[in-house]
Design a protein around this ligand. Structure first.
Ligand SMILES: [Zn+2]
Length: 70
């Protein structure tokens, strides 16, 4: 089951990372950015979905927690 989370409740830095660190399969290009971001949990995995800023194709990426620096 898909559980929608409130994207706007995220830390601003994370919002920026999630909407900019993207991959568009149609443009075959990374970091184009997405609009209308949607954050959700499915099968205990966290995903961020949205539409490519350039072509409008929907893209979904799994959020992989990166190791904290330091
Ligand atoms: Zn695109």
């Amino acid at each position: 089951m898909k559980k929608i989370l409130d994207f706007n409740s995220l830390d601003e830095v994370l919002q920026e990372i999630y909407t900019e660190d993207t991959w568009c399969s149609k443009c075959s290009e990374a970091d184009l950015g997405i609009v209308e971001p949607e954050l959700y949990i499915e099968s205990n995995r966290k995903y961020i979905g949205g539409k490519c800023k350039v072509c409008g194709t929907e893209s979904v990426s799994e959020i992989v927690q990166k190791k904290a620096k330091g």
